[in-house]
Design a protein around this ligand. Sequence first.
Ligand code: NAD
Length: 349
Amino acid sequence: MKINLALIKGDGIGPEIVDSATRVLDAICKKYGHKIAYTNLLAGGCAIDAYGVPLMQSTVEAAMRSDSVLLGAVGGPKWDSLPGHLRPERALLGLRKELGLYANIRPVKLYKALSERCPLRNTESFDIVIVRELTGGIYFGKSGRTEGENGEEAFDTETYSVTEVERIGRTAFEYAMKRNKKVTSVDKANVLESSRLWREVMHTLAEEYREVEYSDMLVDNAAMQLIRNPMQFDVIVTSNMFGDILSDEASQLTGSIGLLPSASLGSNMRGMYEPIHGSAPDITGKGIANPIATILSAAMMLSYSFKLEKEAKNIETAVETVLNKGFFTADIGGKLTTDQITEKILEQI
Ligand code: NAD
């Protein structure tokens, strides 16, 4: 297979961790006889420095011409004082919207080797996937300020259409069919009309996927249950804002944000793959960033966008073996540098 991959290394530790991931991709492609070509694109803070804006239309077009996008992270203190529309994070929202990436998939896995780093007692391992709706809901609804009876007011609107809920729901059910056949849909249907519509659509889908054990959960309860017993979950599907909050909560149960990959998918095979963490300005340039989240994001890409399951599994097994052998970077209590842990993973491949 020939893969044309757009690389958006971004800011901070972005270039360091993306370089590790491309070394791993190169090794996998060599082993299995695939060809991979990279196109480097600028987005985020580095694009502001180069072009004056976080995301150029030509960057979006180049990403659309690629087979998929691998992204490091964007942002940093240098650009913090810029107005909202010029902030590096706008690049992410712009890319997701322009590429039609409505589903964000975040596997949250506690490796046995890291169970001691989980802040919960008696939790050895768990393996959850959070499917978050990414291009609708309150982050994209009408918002603004008005003059009310008591002075200035502000509002944000949560809107979901049946089509939007159905397509994210289907992503979750299809995903569950490949795993443990269990879906928990998280909403706030006791208060929000948009959640009641969400729940109705999920119930219709559940009828279609009778093999899947389906349940609803209110978001406040879900936040509690994730801490009480994360092992009860398999696939969680939820709206943009609830997914944003719950996935960060869940990530903390795994020991380090440096381990968690993500995929943003749409209706075609092109996806955008990135670690869930940010640009980590506090450790930039020190050579100690954990590249595993980005390496696992590359593995997700091989599986979802290119159906290269063996190749993806090879990367995941290599990472797990390295962790089982006790090779850790500083964020998970070890001493290995970014380069050294990458070498250890390459040895396993
Ligand atoms: P962050 O995720 O960058 O860092 C939080 C903490 O985790 C830091 O102590 C950092 O050193 C550590 N950390 C993160 N990734 C790590 C890794 N791979 N290895 C080891 N340690 C790691 O979050 P923040 O500090 O809140 O944000 C920093 C910048 O990143 C901000 O400008 C923010 O807007 C941006 N950000 C970008 C994204 C993205 O690009 N998707 C996501 C979140 C934050």
